[in-house]
Design a protein around this ligand. Structure first.
Ligand code: AMP
Ligand code: MG
Length: 318
């Protein structure tokens, strides 16, 4: 691990590391982010591993300019474009329809993606040097305070991150404001840009900022943030009798579940990050088959397995 003063040379090394699939911590005007190239599912899975998150949250994808945004989002509705024009670069995140190239691990399987054009010169220089959008949550470990200095990142994630770019204290120190358009403009999170400033630009926002308890999947706020498969999912300890497999799909860590109509193997090598990188795509693929049910093998409850198990448990609640 190295903490590097964010000069041109350090930014070039960080960009090379990102391009090679590593995770890098960098300053933005809100808080420090832990980033990976947004198209690199395996590297994004590592972010969750490093943060030791027991669950997957959709990440914010950082873009340099509107051209880069077009590689992330399929469509920018007129009101979103107005906000982008007014507040970008800046501490506003817009939830937009995602392009298929953005892997499910970035959006927790959602068809929407949260995107932001940061203003911080180090974040911008890094984006320019990588030439790719960077998916990044805050660079803290799960449940700890958001990091507003390189030292906070070092103290929390230390040895786990290859490079920490030190750009000094973050100017705002609180997270971005998040607005979705589904289809009416909706405030998902209060943040560094005041609701009033946004409303002055595009009129009243619906408010979906009430905290949502993860155990109540029917709450509207939760629907915004969690992909819910149509096909019933059962988490299984052992395979059902053969005659119960033909109309179902199987999702597991290892090969060898015979007799199912379809199966997907998360990681033949038993690698957590690979499994996490595949998880949402495979769930979507199996869901799309419209079978009777999905039998999901219980995932080992350690490391990233815990986050996968959490998503499976939520998806199987109905
Ligand atoms: P942060 O921890 O600052 O990176 O913020 C990420 C937050 O953005 C998540 O916890 C979600 O609340 C929100 N978010 C990201 N992507 C989406 C999305 N596609 N739909 C709704 N909310 C999202
Ligand atoms: Mg966070």
């Amino acid at each position: 691990m190295s903490v590097l003063r964010a000069d041109t040379v350090a930014i070039a090394s960080a960009a090379a590391a990102l391009g090679a699939g590593a995770c890098v911590a960098f300053p933005t005007e809100t808080v420090y982010g832990l980033g990976a190239v947004a198209f690199d599912a395996r590297a994004v899975a590592r972010i969750f591993e490093i943060k030791a998150r027991p669950t997957f949250d959709p990440l914010i994808v950082h873009v340099l300019d509107m051209e880069m945004l077009a590689r992330v989002a399929r469509d920018v509705p007129p009101l979103a474009a107005r906000l982008a024009q007014r507040f970008w670069p800046g501490a506003l995140t817009l939830v937009l329809a995602k392009r298929p190239e953005i892997p499910g691990i970035v959006t927790s399987g959602l068809e929407s993606v949260a995107a932001r054009m940061p203003a911080h010169p180090v974040a911008r220089a890094l984006l320019a040097a990588v030439g790719q959008p960077i998916a990044a949550p805050s660079a803290n470990s799960f449940g700890r305070l958001s990091p507003t200095s390189a030292e906070h990142v070092r103290a929390q994630l230390g040895e786990l991150v290859e490079i920490i770019l030190d750009g000094g204290a973050t100017p705002l120190g609180i997270e971005s404001t998040i607005v979705a358009f589904d289809p009416v403009p909706t405030l998902l999170r209060h943040g560094a840009i005041a609701r009033e400033a946004i409303e002055a630009e595009i009129g009243p926002l619906l408010d979906a900022t009430a905290p949502v308890d993860g155990s109540t999947p029917q709450a509207p706020g939760q629907l915004l943030q969690h992909y819910a498969p149509q096909t019933p999912i059962r988490v299984i300890e052992s395979l059902p009798p053969r005659d119960r497999r033909a109309d179902a799909a199987y999702l597991g860590f290892h090969e060898g579940a015979e007799g199912y109509a379809a199966q997907r193997v998360l990681s033949p090598a038993g690698n957590d990050a690979e499994a996490a990188a595949h998880f949402f795509e495979y769930l979507h693929e199996l869901d799309a088959l419209g079978l009777e049910r999905i039998d999901a093998a219980r995932v080992p409850n350690r490391g990233l397995g815990a986050a996968i198990a959490d998503r499976l448990a939520r998806a199987s609640v109905r």
